[in-house]
Write a protein that binds this ligand. Structure first.
Ligand SMILES: [Zn+2]
Length: 192
């Protein structure tokens, strides 16, 4: 088996990662981490983010084991399952704040619902029943998602919900505090 440094796309990478995991468990044991932390996140925060491999949430927010719930999917979009997980996070495990993150150069901005589903059906012979939930503007979709979470009947009305676009080049977060569309439109124009 190749050394851990030789991570690639060949089959067998999982075995390399498993060797790292065994070493992690040994180091954790030595460091006194032999017992589990409380299941309720220490920060009271749940993060919803795109699965993009360039977004290192633990590093960005300085999070350690036990600190936060991290929910990720393609796009960081609010699906029924994200809402389900956030309901558990808030009502069973006590979180009170949500941070939602999309990012620059997201692949979801380059795919279309119909196009991706058609190409998947062509490749696999099965047409997916789920929607891709792609979007054309990360900022607009962040705002739409923040608004949806704030009005979800299953989430605490008092919970904080804030949304951001992460820049994969600079590592900076840009908070979206209003609809990008209304911000860009003429002052006299009514909000859509
Ligand atoms: Zn993405």
């Amino acid at each position: 088996m190749s050394a851990p440094e030789e991570l690639g796309h060949a089959q067998g990478t999982t075995d390399i990662l498993l060797a790292r995991a065994a070493s992690f468990a040994a180091r954790r044991r030595v460091a006194g981490g032999g017992s589990a932390r409380p299941a309720s996140p220490a920060t009271g925060v749940a993060i919803v983010a795109c699965m993009d491999a360039r977004i290192n949430l633990e590093a960005i927010f300085g999070l350690a084991e036990g600190d936060a719930h991290i929910l990720r999917n393609a796009g960081g979009v609010v699906t029924e399952d994200i809402e389900r997980s956030l309901a558990v996070s808030q009502h069973a495990l006590g979180t009170t704040e949500i941070i939602l993150i999309h990012h620059t150069r997201c692949g979801m901005e380059t795919l279309t619902d119909d196009g991706f589903r058609a190409s998947l059906a062509e490749r696999t012979g099965v047409r997916p029943t789920w929607r891709l939930q792609s979007f054309t503007s990360a900022a607009e979709d962040v705002w739409r998602s923040v608004t949806a979470l704030r009005s979800s009947p299953f989430l605490r009305a008092s919970a904080s919900v804030r949304g951001f676009v992460y820049d994969v080049e600079t590592g900076e977060l840009d908070e979206i505090t209003e609809s990008p569309q209304s911000a860009a439109s003429a002052p006299t124009q009514a909000t859509a």
